[in-house]
Design a protein around this ligand. Structure first.
Ligand code: PLP
Ligand code: COI
Length: 358
């Protein structure tokens, strides 16, 4: 793949912010784009200005949501260079999502090269402030201008980047999570394991309702029995038993196979915890919280990092976990994981991809 680098007029360039990043609102000057045409394949790869897209109102993605996305981060290392964290996994998951949504695959190596080149060019936008990073959002949309329901013949693949701080306003502090007893997120055989926009829009109704009661996220139960723990709106969920054992639901097809989840399992084992993927019922979880057997709960994801859960709300009752404090295991995993991501501690797993800019 030849990537055309479009020169930008220096007078039009925005300066990267150094604080108050928010999440996903202030984008770097450039983005990567390429187009797909059936019969021709991917073409017109370029890194050009971050600018509005021009799409006819009939564009397929606007009606039938044939869309996928990814989320990864670039972290500023102490030596000034930049780390991507397990980007190979994001490239793989992007193509798995593409397959499920009947979209064309992207060459994973070329996709990663495009991301690395964009980050290198925009390296000033990788922030240095504590806990900040450059969020990378690859996406693909169906661009046929036609209202028929079919798999589009044309697509746009793009990558945009923005400096971000903590995803939750609380920062690395406990959040409250509402467990939905009546609405469901995804069903086995559906698209729950796919990173596609519809999964997120489908969750907004409940998350907006409970936001007013102080909950940051919704935890979803399985859609068949409404009994087993699945995942949270923007992260996977882990339970810590007696400070020693980390349990997370298995990948049964309706939850997103999180890269942070996978890393927590590998890292947790390496740090001497017992780790296990177990199908767990909501009744058992709530009973174990009440008895004190569950000592901590945390969510994990690229945006969320490790997010301690201080309270669950379920069916008119609240369940406080670890006195609404950050637990030792959550803190340990947070320190180790972010240590590797930011290059503060040696990467003994081969998880980082370093972009040299210094
Ligand atoms: N589950 C959902 C629904 C998500 O949106 C995310 C975030 O990407 C995750 C889990 C965690 O995945 P990852 O760790 O790959 O970011
Ligand atoms: C991520 O963690 O990258 C996500 O995609 C979660 C959310 C911002 C949608």
């Amino acid at each position: 793949m030849e990537i055309e680098i479009v020169p930008l007029d220096p007078a039009t360039l925005k300066t990267a912010p150094t604080s108050d990043f928010g999440f996903g609102t202030n984008f770097a000057n450039r983005m990567f784009t390429q187009n797909y045409t059936k019969g021709e394949g991917w073409h017109s790869a370029k890194i050009g200005p971050y600018e509005n897209l021009s799409l006819p109102p009939s564009t397929a993605v606007l009606h039938y949501s044939q869309e996928i996305f990814e989320g990864l981060k670039a972290y500023r290392r102490p030596d000034g260079n930049i780390n991507l964290f397990r980007p190979w996994e994001n490239m793989k998951r992007f193509n798995n999502s593409a397959m499920r949504m009947a979209m064309p695959a992207v060459d994973p190596e070329e996709h990663l090269t495009a991301i690395a080149q964009l980050v290198e060019i925009e390296h000033d936008w990788v922030p240095t402030a504590e806990g900040s990073s450059l969020y990378i959002r690859p996406a693909m949309i169906a661009t046929d201008a036609a209202l028929g329901v079919y798999s589009s013949h044309t697509y746009l693949h793009f990558v945009i980047v923005c400096p971000v701080g903590a995803y939750f306003a609380a920062g690395f502090n406990p959040i409250s999570v509402f467990i939905s007893d009546s609405y469901r997120r995804a069903v086995k055989g559906g698209v729950g394991a796919t990173k596609t926009g519809g999964n997120y829009s489908a969750s907004l109704f409940v998350s907006e309702q409970v936001k007013e009661q102080g909950y940051s996220q919704v935890l979803w139960l399985d859609a068949i029995e409404g009994k087993y723990i699945e995942e949270v709106g923007a992260m996977n969920i882990c339970f810590v038993y007696e400070g020693k054992k980390i349990v997370t639901p298995p990948l049964t097809g309706s939850i997103l196979p999180g890269i942070t989840r996978m890393s927590v399992l590998e890292l947790g084992r390496d740090l001497g915890y017992e780790v296990s993927e177990e199908r767990t019922s909501i009744d058992d979880i709530l009973a174990d919280i009440e008895s004190g057997k569950i000592t901590e709960v945390f969510g994990c994801g690229t945006a969320a990092v490790i997010a301690p859960v201080g309270k669950f709300g379920y069916a008119d009752k609240e369940y406080t976990i670890n006195d609404y404090q950050v637990g030792d295991v959550s803190k340990h995993l947070y320190d180790e994981l972010t240590g590797i991501q930011y290059g503060r501690i040696p990467d003994r797993f081969g998880w980082t991809y370093t972009i040299e800019v210094e």
